[in-house]
Design a protein around this ligand. Structure first.
Ligand code: ZN
Ligand code: ZN
Length: 388
């Protein structure tokens, strides 16, 4: 074992209670995407206190930050997420990601000089917003420039080093019709709720003809104001997903036609908002993923063989967009939550248990040790650095 590894572990041991406290604090004050004022300040303060140079409000995003330590030629990024979900708090465990990434950064920074690395912790807001999210805007704004590799670890019911993460696009479909008295003068109305009904029926029929890996799911966000007023304004929020951005674009065209059908049939006007900056599928750097898995096992983690489940359980993340630019990993770490899984209120409760607190430590250690291995293998180091 390279001597940097025990050095990083020793540092992590010393900050373990503070990381758990940070995770619980973020969990107790859930903040939606782009509104993570407290979480981003608490994380920045933690990293500043550990000697990082912190720049807040990067890429025009008030709750984004970049924290840097060390000055070695190999430059590794660790992404910290900290947004919650509407209504159900930290049901995706981003409080754990925040603490884990800060911990990994601080532990790796302790040995940055002996490893010849620069460590950057990127505070990346609004992972759950589904379009033009934190990492996408930060990529466009140059916040990831100069990085040779990037990583983060995401809470889940189980440990997987290369979880399936597919492309996704979130958008709003809005219909504009005309109000009328629903009983006295219905012939004067243009029913925007009927338009939405037809779109949903069309999407239901479309499902027979899409790829098994494609996904379409949505909610009605406005259905009308009163049953005695013909609905003039309705809207829905939808997410479509596919294995790749190219397949997503093919699916998008077909889905848009279903929404157009609603407009055509009712005479209302369709407006589609968003969906212009989709999430890309994650391209796992397989060597980095294998190194992570070995280090996570050394930290005591167990990787189950999920069989066909591995491909069926597919989510999406803006880490995909990062992975198209920089060699990246996005492993999942188990928090012993079953039968609860991500985006359930029961998972929110599971994100502050002893198992979740343990995952902060294990995930941080596995990332710090992965960084040590990336830095000390001549072959890996030159492969990563050759890309820029
Ligand atoms: Zn989520
Ligand atoms: Zn998440």
């Amino acid at each position: 074992m390279h001597p940097a590894k025990p050095g990083a572990k020793e540092k992590l041991d010393s900050i373990r209670p503070a990381l758990v406290e940070l995770s619980h604090r973020i969990h107790s004050k859930p903040e939606l995407g782009f509104e993570e004022e407290h979480a981003s300040v608490w994380l920045s303060e933690t990293l500043d206190g550990a000697g990082f140079r912190v720049e807040k409000g990067v890429a025009g995003l008030p709750t984004a930050f970049v924290a840097r330590a060390g000055s070695g030629p190999l430059h590794i990024g660790i992404c910290a997420e900290y947004d919650c979900l509407p209504g159900i708090g930290h049901a995706c465990g981003h409080n754990l990601i925040a603490a884990m990434s800060a911990g990994a950064g601080i532990a790796a920074a302790k040995v940055a000089d002996e490893l010849g690395v620069t460590i950057t912790v990127l505070g990346t807001p609004a992972e759950e917003v589904g379009n033009a999210s934190g990492k996408i805007v930060m990529l466009e704004g140059g916040a990831f420039d100069g990085l040779h590799a990037s990583m983060m670890v995401h809470p889940a019911p189980f440990d997987v080093s290369t979880m399936k993460l597919i492309a996704a696009s979130m958008f709003d479909a809005c219909y504009h019709g005309k109000e009328a008295h629903a009983s006295a003068f219905p012939e004067q109305g243009i029913n925007a709720a009927d338009a939405l009904t037809i779109a949903q029926m069309s999407l239901g029929l479309l499902r027979q003809h899409i790829r098994q890996s494609d996904r379409i799911h949505g909610i009605v966000t406005k259905g009308g104001d009163a049953p005695n007023i013909v609905p003039a304004h309705t809207s829905a929020k939808y997410i479509i997903r596919a294995d790749t951005l190219a397949e997503l674009e093919e699916l998008r065209e077909r889905v848009v036609r279903c929404f157009e059908a609603g407009a055509l049939a009712t005479g209302s006007r369709l407006e589609i908002l968003g969906g212009d900056k989709p999430y890309a599928n994650v391209i796992h750097d397989m060597e980095m993923a294998a190194i992570y898995e070995r280090n996570a096992q050394a930290a005591g983690r167990k990787f189950a063989d999920l069989g066909p489940m591995r491909d069926r359980v597919a989510a999406s993340t803006d880490m995909g967009n990062v992975s198209h630019k920089i060699p990246s990993i996005h492993p999942a770490i188990g928090i012993d939550s079953l039968p609860a899984s991500n985006h359930q209120p029961e998972f929110t409760a599971a994100c502050i248990t002893a198992a979740a607190d343990q995952a902060i430590y294990d995930g941080a250690l596995a990332m710090a040790w992965t960084i040590a291995d990336l830095a000390t293998s001549d072959q890996t180091r030159s492969r990563l650095m050759a890309k820029h």
